[in-house]
Design a protein. Structure first.
Length: 116
């Protein structure tokens, strides 16, 4: 395991704060966003495809998954990729960058380059 890089952390927190729910017009409760932001994770693994910088997230010590099981996926995009943050059992679990084309993208974008 390793800590998040500054870029990973910035993007993770920006997606939590401003990402929209995939496939839903419902808004995300501010209390949910604050709780998820308080669970700053560590990197547990990587995708391994060689085309993206996607990372598996391990829970922080403060993470509490003692709630009903549910999945929320927050999304944003750049000019050349989708960004998805999976939140399972009320904690961030996977930060994915899915390139639009065949060219690999090896690092996450700066928050300033992301459309929410």
């Amino acid at each position: 395991m390793r800590p998040l890089t500054a870029r990973e952390r910035d993007l993770l927190l920006a997606l939590i704060a401003r990402g929209s729910a995939v496939g839903s017009d419902a808004s995300i409760a501010q209390s949910d966003r604050e709780r998820w932001a308080g669970q700053v994770a560590r990197v547990h693994g990587t995708c391994g495809c060689g085309s993206c910088p996607s990372i598996e997230l391990a829970p922080s010590d403060e993470a509490d998954s003692a709630g009903p099981s549910r999945r929320t996926v927050l999304e944003a995009s750049t000019d050349d990729a989708f960004l998805l943050l999976f939140i399972d059992d009320d904690r961030p679990t996977y930060l994915e960058l899915a390139p639009f084309g065949d060219d690999p993208i090896t690092e996450f974008p700066l928050v300033a380059d992301v459309a929410f």
